[in-house]
Design a binder for this molecule. Structure first.
Ligand code: DC
Length: 221
């Protein structure tokens, strides 16, 4: 197994932004596991599968061919060899992913892919169960969080910047609902690993969070 940093936390806590910066600084590969769950969700949506039909989800999951490659250091998610990165960040896909990722068959398949990647490379991997399930032996686990309001505001600003319409209270309600689902599901719920360092980024800049992690990484890795 390579060196690893495992970053877990709720949606919108800044995990991917921070993980990318830390990975670049350390020369590690950034692995975005949420994108894998999103690719699976995209596949289910394209197949017209009902999000509450777990038997159909399990059947489709067996057929789904999801893999990861890297282009200029950027993770590319391939669904049957199609680069689907551009389709993963919609609210529709995010909401489906939050539901389908609760399915144990979906998790089993994607966890195996994640563990294979971490066995081959030094990784900064982010998700919900990285420190608890995927890389339980990682020497550096982080639980990155922020208040629901701050996370919603960040997402809102992102959408406005892209020129998209956004409703802050709707985003905050969605985030709270997704947190609830991610934290209370039966299989691999989002929870802090006992040995994780907790960082609440509500009042911290990206730079401050990155520096705190790099300082700690120096001691642990
Ligand atoms: O981090 P994200 O918003 O891209 O994740 C999309 C969904 O996938 C989210 O609802 C939780 C789920 N997920 C998961 O269950 N386990 C992971 N390791 C990563 C994401």
């Amino acid at each position: 197994m390579g060196n690893s940093i495992a970053i877990d936390g709720p949606a919108g806590a800044g995990k991917s932004t921070i993980a990318k910066l830390v990975a670049k600084e350390l020369g590690f590969i950034y692995v975005d596991t949420g994108a894998m769950y999103r690719a699976m969700a995209l596949y289910l949506i394209r197949k017209g599968i009902d999000r509450n039909d777990s038997a159909q989800i399990e059947k489709a999951c067996e057929d789904a061919d999801i893999s990861i490659s890297y282009e200029d250091g950027k993770q590319v998610v391939l669904l049957f060899d199609e680069n689907v990165n551009d389709y993963l960040r919609t609210e529709e896909v995010g909401n489906m992913a939050s539901i389908s990722s609760a399915n144990p068959k979906v998790r089993e398949k994607l966890v195996a892919l994640q563990q294979k990647l971490a066995a081959q490379k030094d990784v900064v991997m982010d998700g919900r169960d990285i420190g608890t399930v995927v890389l339980p032996d990682s020497k550096f686990k982080i639980y990155l969080t922020a208040s629901a309001h701050v996370r919603a505001k960040r997402r809102y600003d992102e959408l406005v910047l892209k020129g998209e319409k956004a409703d802050l209270s709707k985003i905050e309600a969605d985030i709270t609902e997704r947190d609830e689902r991610d934290m209370t599901r039966e299989h691999s719920p989002l929870k802090q690993a006992e040995d994780a360092v907790v960082i609440d980024s509500s009042d911290m800049s990206v730079e401050e969070v990155k520096d705190a992690i790099l300082a700690e990484a120096e001691k642990r890795l």
